[in-house]
Design a binder for this molecule. Structure first.
Ligand code: SAH
Ligand code: SF4
Ligand code: F3S
Length: 460
């Protein structure tokens, strides 16, 4: 893949084109959208927050649940009208669909939505500038073969101004794809099989981010803790080894990683939580369900007891770690008894934060073929009970922080004058009333009260 030469004059060019990117789905899509914007800026596209200003609208899509996927078509309907209205005024509008829906249903999008000029899968976005150029020449472009190795190698310029505009905390994809094949999930089909990014590329990107002023890096992967590679020392590295190495980079103040699978939490990674002050005490470790029967049907390949034992080991080395999880209610065959097992597991773990969903049957996954689908109202009722419990735990966790002094990474100005918003070690935003504080500083603050999904604090 040819690298497109960075063009430093783009910002000054009065007639450069504009791109509007709308992102759905997980953090990997957020990361991909940023890299697509970077790549496009090298070929003359400035980004805009207003659809009306855009010459190119790019939708970065998510296929995880039916609702997420259907949003794409309603968006495309609106864009179709807009394109028509513009054509009447002689103004162009290009439309691109990227991400997991593009990968899973590229041909269907092409058929259902004539407005779309470019369809590009999540592993091929490095080909986007070229695809746009081809589309402008009148071709309809569909790029959905897997090419994740090329994508990893392709590193658009990381521009200081743009990077800082996105914040002092940045994502860095180290792994993509999934070989786990949970029976409910589309990801193995949309992102392909597990690929780890080589250490040298990760380090290059990490150094560039730090030079651009980034203080906190979150390593990303669909199964980030399945990452492995060859270290500069010639040894085979797991994610834990990578974290120990990154923690040595002086400019990096904080490290995080997401999303992990329970089966890939190895000893080194657990010990990293004990040894690395820079590794934040927060872990998103989805379990999905608490019943062994359901876990088996989901092909999670661990039991509820395995998960609990793992949580114990992690808490042993890092007692203050905040745990987060994902849950699905109403997987096919889930009985009341199975669901109670999920409730018991949650009671036992005490989560600081969690995400929970009703099961959504996804075409092409083994789960969709199962019998005994749970009625929608039962799924909803279980979800409501589960969310009430999780919300209670979340509130308890947040209240337990009141009175504590902790470090806060200052991320942006607050809504009011003399106010800043930062991030606590547990990921929760912290609002601080204070003057003359620099973005990117790490300050000591005493938590005074909790808000809705945020904390308030005073300088300690
Ligand atoms: N790789 C991560 C999560 C990927 S998707 C992991 O292994 O945990 C994020 C979450 O979406 C999943 O953890 C799951 O809780 C939820 N999810 C995935 N497929 C789903 C489906 N078909 N219906 C409902 N929720 C689903
Ligand atoms: Fe989906 Fe399971 Fe892979 Fe996570 S581990 S991405 S839930 S198949
Ligand atoms: Fe959605 Fe694809 Fe992420 S399906 S959750 S955008 S990996």
């Amino acid at each position: 893949m040819d690298q497109i030469a960075p063009n430093k004059d783009i910002e000054q060019r009065p007639n450069s084109k504009k791109v509007f990117v709308k992102t759905y789905g997980c953090q990997m899509n957020v990361y991909d959208s940023q890299r697509m914007t970077d790549a496009l800026s090298e070929s003359g596209y400035e980004s805009t927050d207003t659809v009306d200003d855009a010459d190119l609208v790019l939708i970065n899509t998510c296929h995880i649940r039916e609702k997420a996927a259907e949003k794409v078509y309603s968006q495309l309907g609106r864009l179709q009208k807009m394109k028509k209205a513009r054509a009447a005024n002689g103004r162009e509008l290009m439309v691109g669909v990227a991400g997991c829906v593009a990968q899973a249903e590229g041909a269907e999008i092409a058929r259902r939505a004539p407005v779309v000029d470019v369809i590009i899968g999540p592993t091929t976005y490095h080909r986007l500038p070229e695809a746009i150029a081809r589309a402008r020449g009148g071709e309809r472009v569909i790029e959905t073969e897997y090419a994740v190795e090329d994508k990893f190698e392709y590193l658009p310029q990381i521009n200081r101004e743009k990077t800082l505009a996105r914040g002092v905390s940045a994502f860095l994809t180290v792994q993509e794809g999934c070989d786990k094949f949970c029976t409910f999930c589309v990801v193995p089909y949309t992102r392909g099989s597990e690929v780890s990014r080589p250490v040298a590329q990760i380090l290059t990107e990490a150094h560039r981010l730090v030079e651009a002023g980034v203080r906190e890096i979150t390593l990303l992967g669909q199964n980030v803790n399945a990452w492995h590679g060859e270290g500069p020392d010639g040894r085979s590295w797991s994610l834990g080894d990578l974290l120990y190495h990154l923690a040595e980079i002086p400019g990096i103040a904080r490290l995080r990683y997401t999303t992990s699978h329970p089966r890939d939490m190895d000893e080194t990674l657990i010990n990293a939580h004990r040894d690395l002050r820079k590794l934040m005490p927060y872990l998103h470790l989805p379990v999905q369900a608490g019943s062994d029967r359901i876990l088996k049907a989901m092909n999670r390949r661990h039991t509820a007891a395995d998960y609990m034992a793992l949580i114990d080991r992690i808490r042993n080395v890092r007692p203050d770690i905040a745990l987060s999880g994902d849950f699905i209610t109403g997987f096919p065959g889930e009985t009341d008894e199975d669901f109670e097992a999920t409730m018991r597991l949650v009671e036992e773990v005490r989560y600081a934060q969690a995400f929970s969903f009703k099961y959504s049957a996804r075409p092409g996954t083994p789960g969709a073929e199962l019998k005994d689908h749970v009625p929608e109202d039962v799924k909803a009722e279980r979800l409501e009970r589960l969310q009430a419990l999780l919300f209670r735990q979340q509130t308890e966790f947040q209240q337990s922080l009141v009175g504590q002094t902790t470090d806060v990474l200052v991320e942006k100005p607050g809504r009011f004058a003399d106010q800043v918003v930062g991030r606590s070690p547990w990921l929760l935003p912290v609002i601080i009333d204070a003057k003359d504080i620099k973005i990117g500083d790490i300050i000591q603050a005493r938590i005074s009260k909790t808000g809705t999904n945020s904390l308030h604090a005073e300088i300690a």
